[in-house]
Write a protein that binds this ligand. Structure first.
Ligand code: NAD
Length: 468
């Protein structure tokens, strides 16, 4: 069996303690990952701190390294994607797409033109706003898109001159170990490190004196802990947290077309997407037709092991998430909702749950009010559009939201009233390397991607030279 190793200060390292990695399609362990010790973490931080001294000096060299890093990842797609499917559960072609996304983000930040910001240059003075790298970045990632979401941190942080210590989720450590291994073939030692372990390791990173910035993607509850821990020595933070994205269908929409599109937007990655559609508001007149279209999709989609070519939806990633989705659906059904499709776990090994469409769930039921993060979608009828907008906004989450309409200008008018970091019309989860992405309210602090993401890995300095 291959031993999966951490990369610390350019060296590959095991640990005497290892933890099991489960294949969610079987529910059984298929490999182990090293459990980083406190000394491993100290070494990773020290290596990153040393590497920072030279890495921060030469932007052209960093751009060249990132270009080479993108090429190295693109060559390793099949090998990394296979590990990702085995530990995460997603279909292999989606895993390959995710790894290719890492290459895309590295290339984007290699190519990004960063303009100098000179405010004054005349006889009296030269004044420039300079973006300085912050130092060592602690990057903490979740299990749903472990590689892509890590690259949203690694690529801009490195381009800006920082060095990084990455911690993947304990549910998906192997693909990140493999990714960092590949990247370290072209990066100088210590620039990018990876340590693996549980939530306590993440907490140790946020409490560690070395990092000057924490970039965290995960749940709201862990994000709040990260913010509190980072406040102790005023580390900068970016928090990308949970969502409960509403989709509002307007009364001029084509229910068949919209039903198909909403299914894709809600069930992508088996619903385990921060910006999946998590509740749908439909006018009473279109309710049954939209539900029928969703049910047709739910009943025909192929659910199975991500390694099978026919599979479109894999299992849930882990036992606690499987239990959570099962409980939310059971809770909704016991308080009067109806399962128009699915409603139960599938009778087979692994963490499989039938694609579920629920009608009649109350606004305060868990499946509507909380983030289900799984393959179960509540459809809620509305009579009055203003009321639907109010209900869509009546939550502490504010990550993404979408409006579905034939009259797209009217749709945009509604989208602008939605409290969300991204408001889409006739699409959902439309992301790109150059688009800023982040949450309002409890869905996050700060943004990733584009020049905004780059700047979030810098401190701003004013250089002011009087010439007379
Ligand atoms: P999680 O918060 O349980 O864990 C995320 C990471 O944080 C893991 O690596 C974990 O080990 C670590 N961690 C846990 N407690 C910590 C602590 N106290 N200090 C430091 N690190 C800690 O989240 P998850 O279950 O892995 O991921 C699912 C959640 O992530 C969902 O809520 C989802 O919406 C959210 N998410 C958000 C985005 C976004 O961009 N906004 C993207 C993907 C996922």
């Amino acid at each position: 069996m291959t031993e999966h190793l951490m990369t610390i200060d350019g060296e590959r390292r095991s640990s005497s303690d290892r933890f099991d990695v489960i294949n969610p399609a079987t529910g059984e362990a298929f490999a182990t990952a090293p459990e980083a010790t406190a000394a491993d973490l100290d070494d990773a931080m020290a290596g990153a701190q040393r590497a920072f001294r030279t890495w921060k000096l030469d932007d052209d060299a960093r751009r060249e390294s990132l270009r080479q890093a993108a090429a190295a990842i693109n060559e390793a797609v099949p090998q990394i994607a296979t590990l990702l499917t085995q530990e995460q559960g997603k279909p292999l072609n989606e895993a390959m797409f995710e790894v290719m996304g890492v290459g895309m983000w590295l290339q984007y930040y290699a190519d990004l033109q960063v303009e100098r910001e000179i405010l004054q240059d005349d006889d009296a003075a030269f004044v420039e706003v300079v973006r300085r790298p912050i130092g060592v970045v602690a990057a903490i990632a979740p299990w749903n898109f472990p590689l892509l979401l890590s690259s949203w941190k690694i690529a801009p942080a490195l381009r800006a001159g920082n060095t990084v210590v990455l911690k993947p989720s304990p549910y998906t450590p192997l693909s990140s170990l493999a990714m960092v291994d590949v990247l370290n073939r072209v990066l100088p030692p210590g620039v990018l490190n990876v340590v693996t372990g549980g939530d306590a390791l993440g907490a140790a990173m946020t409490a560690h004196p070395t990092p000057r910035k924490v970039s965290f993607t995960g749940s709201v509850s862990a994000g709040k802990k990260v913010a509190i821990a980072s406040a102790a020595d005023l580390k900068r933070v970016t928090l990308e947290l949970g969502g409960n994205d509403p989709a509002i269908v307007l009364d001029d929409a084509d229910p068949t077309v919209v039903g198909k599109a909403l299914f894709a937007a809600a069930f992508q990655n088996n619903g385990q997407t921060c910006i999946a559609v998590k509740r749908v508001y439909v006018p009473e007149s279109l309710h049954d037709a939209v539900v029928d279209a969703l049910v047709a999709e739910a009943e025909s989609v192929v659910v199975g092991d991500g390694m099978d070519e026919a599979t479109k939806l894999g299992p849930l990633n882990n036992r606690p998430q499987f239990d959570r989705v099962s409980d939310l659906v059971a809770g909704a059904l016991s308080s009067g909702a109806r399962a128009a499709a699915g409603g139960t776990a599938l009778d087979r090994p692994g963490y499989f749950f039938a694609p579920t469409i629920l009608t009649g769930a109350g606004e305060s039921s868990g499946i509507v009010a909380e983030e289900q993060f799984g393959p179960a979608l509540p459809v809620i009828a509305y009579r009055d559009l203003d009321d639907a907008i109010e209900r869509a906004n009546a939550t502490t989450y504010a990550l993404g939201a979408s409006v579905w309409a034939t009259d797209t200008e009217r749709g945009e008018g509604v989208a602008r009233q939605l409290e969300a970091g991204s408001a889409w019309v006739n699409t959902h989860a439309a992301l790109a390397p150059n688009l800023p992405f982040g949450g309002l309210k409890w869905s996050g602090v700060g943004v990733e991607n584009g020049t905004w993401g780059y700047k979030s890995f810098t401190d701003l300095q004013v250089v002011n030279r009087r010439k007379k």
